[in-house]
Design a binder for this molecule. Sequence first.
Ligand SMILES: [Zn+2]
Length: 263
Amino acid sequence: MSTNQTEAFVVHLYDYSETSRIIQFLTAQRGKMSCIAKGVRRKNNPWTYSLDRLNRVEIFYTWKSTREVQTLIEVSLIDSYPELKKHIKKQVLASLILETAFSMTETEQRIQKTYNQVCNAFEQISSPDIYNEFAIFLTCWHLWQILVHNGIEPQLHICVRCGKPIEKAVHFSLQGGVVCNNCKPDRTLNNDEVRCLQILQHLDNPLNFPFNHTSFLPLFETKILSFLCSFITYHLGHPLKSYNVFHELNQLKIQGFNYETKD
Ligand SMILES: [Zn+2]
């Protein structure tokens, strides 16, 4: 048994006993990790504030490879993203990114690139300068990068079934990308959707969104986010809970509820 230290995002918390909680973390060095936080449910426990969902923390823990749940020794807060948590929609978008990264990661897997991606995404989305519509575009861009790190981003130029080069993408398979006219698609894409996916594929820095293309921005909310979530769901084999919440929020908005801020 050895003492280790790492940076981590708090993904899930489960009450374990009257005084303890099991925390699931996403870490750069060990991928998914579960730790028991003893005493954290006691009144005035100093860890309670640090161990909140979506927080970025530094943790110290004892590691034993034969155990599924490690023991947390100390935790210190790096960022609780208060700006993010003030806005429900931004909070749900950040959850979606963290849930996707976590679901695609194994235990004991080094995922430095994916971990950094989540850090950048959280920083960008939580900025007060970023309005909702742009936050959705940023979410799509970061989800695309996480797919790239996992080697499963949608292929846009070659038929994923027969390998034939494709000049004009119309048909799509959730299995991996565009398909030619002779192969069987799951759905079709219109020109605007293809253009949005190409923007995600080619843009190095999402803050440099091509502003001659701002007419495309609303499409990321109405089409592309749900498209990417279907693609991710297909590859994970289970739905993304955060996307369901996002969808429900949009339904509430249609019904006239105001949920935008909660302070
Ligand atoms: Zn084909």
